[in-house]
Ligand binder design. Structure first.
Ligand code: DOR
Ligand code: ZN
Length: 332
């Protein structure tokens, strides 16, 4: 059995910098025709100058693969002039609530105090990508943030807002309330619940923000993905950390999936007899919603067992050592 995917896109990806970038960028670029690159570096990518340098580094690290990096700026109080100058080089601006996740300390403390920036982004048609968590109880953070999404979507009806890495039934329902909301969902949130993280022995390699939730949340995400909700896109949130930052007290949040995303998704969609829905979820919806035209590639997957490697450089992937039933045979 086999499956062909055309120009798969990863609409939420962390590539880091320096040696880590060199390890992980080729692993995404070998399978994906493009990816939305997150800006939460130290220091964050919050100026055009830094953005252009980082774009060059990413392209160099991706090597000869046909791969378009869709760059993002880290949200701050930008001027109109800065937004106009940056627009040709970015796909959107990523807003992190201050302190919500890895390297987000310089994020936004008062989200609704930034209305003048959303207003300009709406006028310039620059999408707003959002890490949607409050500082409440960890399992309730995304649910609580839904009020912020409602507020933004209502006050800025022409602003294209992406709810990044949604994890709850509540966020899935919001998609149908507002035309200007769209969302990414990760493969790991389609596969895991909190039980996989802390239900038995604690597994740092599946710990991320937002944390995996309840079975009913996972079921709602999966139903939306399998039905290919027209405003839902695959964004892996593959977020590598060196093994000593994961297997330690104060474990960093982030799950590394980049090299196994497509086999994981094909296995899951195959299990639910929905293989024909995968193309929209991993490429076509994103192309339509963002108006991007990635390089033409074809990924050929075959139903043959693959054992997930124990590590890639210093990074341990999700489900290291487990055998899954599909693998990538060829990319052309
Ligand atoms: O688990 C996460 N890791 N969630 C995020 O939002 C950021 C990411 C990272 O950069 O490591
Ligand atoms: Zn992320």
């Amino acid at each position: 059995m086999e499956l062909l995917l055309r120009s798969p896109l990863d609409m939420h990806l962390h590539l880091r910098q320096d040696e880590m970038l060199d390890v992980v960028a080729p692993l995404s670029a070998q399978h994906f025709a493009g990816a939305v690159i997150m800006p939460n570096l130290i220091p964050p990518i919050n100026s055009l100058e830094r953005l252009l340098c980082y774009t060059t580094e990413v392209k160099r690290a991706a090597g000869d693969h046909r791969f378009d990096p869709y760059m993002t700026l880290f949200f701050r109080d930008y001027t109109h002039e800065e937004l106009v100058a940056a627009k040709p080089f970015i796909i959107g601006i990523k807003l992190y609530p201050a302190g919500a996740t890895t390297n987000s300390e310089s994020g936004v403390s008062q989200i609704m105090a930034m209305e003048h920036v959303y207003e300009m982004m709406q006028e310039l048609d620059i999408p707003l990508l959002v890490h949607g968590e409050t500082h409440g109880f960890v399992m309730d953070r995304e649910h609580e943030f839904c009020d912020v999404y409602r507020n933004l979507a209502t006050r800025f009806p022409r602003l294209r807002i992406t709810m990044e890495h949604i994890t709850t039934e509540a966020a899935v329902s919001l998609l149908d309330e507002f035309e200007n909301l769209r969302a990414t969902v990760t493969p790991h949130h389609l596969l895991l619940t909190l039980d996989d993280v802390v239900g038995g022995l604690m597994n740092p390699h599946v710990f991320c923000k937002p944390v995996a939730k309840r079975p009913e949340d996972r079921a709602a995400l999966l139903a939306a993905a399998l039905l290919t909700h027209p405003r839902l896109m695959m964004g892996s949130d593959s977020a590598p950390h060196p093994v000593d930052r994961k297997e330690s007290s104060g474990c960093a949040a982030g799950i590394f999936t980049a090299p196994i995303i497509l086999p994981l998704l094909v296995e899951l969609f195959d299990k639910h007899n929905a293989l024909e829905k995968l193309q929209a979820f991993v490429s076509d919806n994103a192309r339509r919603l963002y108006g991007v035209e990635p390089p033409t590639t074809t990924v050929h997957l075959v139903k043959e067992q693959m054992t997930i490697p124990m590590s890639y450089g210093s990074v341990v992937p999700m489900w290291a050592g487990r055998t899954i039933s599909w693998r990538v045979a060829e990319v052309s």
